[in-house]
Design a binder for this molecule. Structure first.
Ligand code: NAD
Length: 290
């Protein structure tokens, strides 16, 4: 297939390279010259005009920073410029309302479109092991699935347009909440005189067990190797967790729901980010209990 890829940053760079490895012809576009040059080195054809990059392609994939940019890129350069038969796939994490708005505009122009945000970070993007949560019609999902499976280990249909984003932000709201809970439990256990490894041995096989504990433990030297063992470098940045919690709160507002614990998690991560921790892994929130 001939695929246009727009947004070749930390995530998109690795994803586009995996499409090339799977035998696709990839037209790359990014505002950043460095990102574009790196994509060229990985076998993509590089373009300095997004409209030229999408001309004549079978699919368009975008991996962009936020909803405003996604709306602008689709409105100015994709819808009406890519062939109407091209399937449109937005993998960015954005708000549900914008995802639905862009999908409606694409559908009106004759496209199949899905929102397909990912679970997994830069390492998974490079390794082709992302999980995609996909919102769109059954037909759009089936057309996007082949493209997405070249970049991930799981492609799951979440329902209609916007439901991929809904799944992503609800999942990450829960992740933020249970990371803070895990951090607080370990901090209290230690203050009460328990050795963290002993607490892990007990709680990881008891009812307090959760992913933040057994797959991503915030305590250095406990559980599998995690960013905690590397001074909280790498992993999933606090700034990105905050972005997702804000999106979740925005969605809760439009759904007229008071997501109390999610709101509290957002406030805690906002304060932690504001104190200069935006680039540290989100599990570093445990250091607030030092
Ligand atoms: P990034 O900032 O590294 O990459 C974004 C790229 O988009 C940049 O190269 C930038 O130059 C380009 N860009 C911005 N505006 C553009 C425009 N108008 N036209 C073309 N290119 C444009 O960000 P990232 O870490 O790759 O994240 C991308 C998306 O993936 C975000 O929505 C993020 O929330 C989501 N995400 C990131 C991670 C992660 O661990 N980094 C994990 C899951 C999801």
């Amino acid at each position: 297939m001939k695929i246009a890829f727009i947004g070749l940053g930390n995530m998109g760079g690795g994803m586009a390279a995996n499409l090339v490895k799977a035998g696709h012809e990839v037209n790359a576009f990014d505002l950043s010259e460095a990102a574009l040059a790196a994509a060229g080195e990985k076998g993509c054809a590089t373009f300095t005009d997004a409209r030229e990059a999408v001309a004549g392609v079978d699919a368009v994939v975008t991996m962009l920073p936020n909803g405003d940019i996604v709306r602008k890129v689709y409105t100015d350069s994709v819808i009406g410029h890519a062939p109407a038969e091209a399937v449109l796939i937005d993998c960015s994490t954005i708000d549900v309302a914008t995802a639905r708005e862009v999908s409606a505009a694409a559908t009106a122009a004759g496209h199949d479109m899905v929102d397909a945000p990912v679970s997994g970070g830069i390492a998974a993007a490079d390794a082709g092991t992302l999980t995609f949560m996909v919102g769109g019609t059954q037909q759009a999902f089936e057309r996007a699935e082949g493209v997405l499976s070249a970049m991930g280990k799981a492609v799951i249909h979440a329902g209609d347009a916007g439901n991929g984003q809904a799944a992503k932000i609800c999942n990450n709201m829960l992740l933020g909440i249970h990371m803070i809970g895990t951090a607080e439990a370990f901090a209290l256990a230690q203050k009460l005189g328990l050795d963290p490894q002993t607490f892990y041995d007990i709680s990881s096989v008891s009812s307090g067990q959760c992913w933040s504990m057994t797959s991503y433990c915030p305590v250095p030297g406990v559980g599998p190797k995690t960013p905690a063992d590397n001074d909280y470098q790498g992993g999933f940045a606090t700034a990105l967790m905050l972005k997702d919690l804000k999106l979740a709160m925005e969605a809760a507002g439009t759904a007229h729901m008071n997501a109390r614990i999610g709101a509290f998690a957002k406030d805690l991560y906002e304060a932690f980010d504001g104190a200069g921790n935006g680039m540290r892994d989100f599990s570093a929130i445990i250091t607030e209990y030092d």
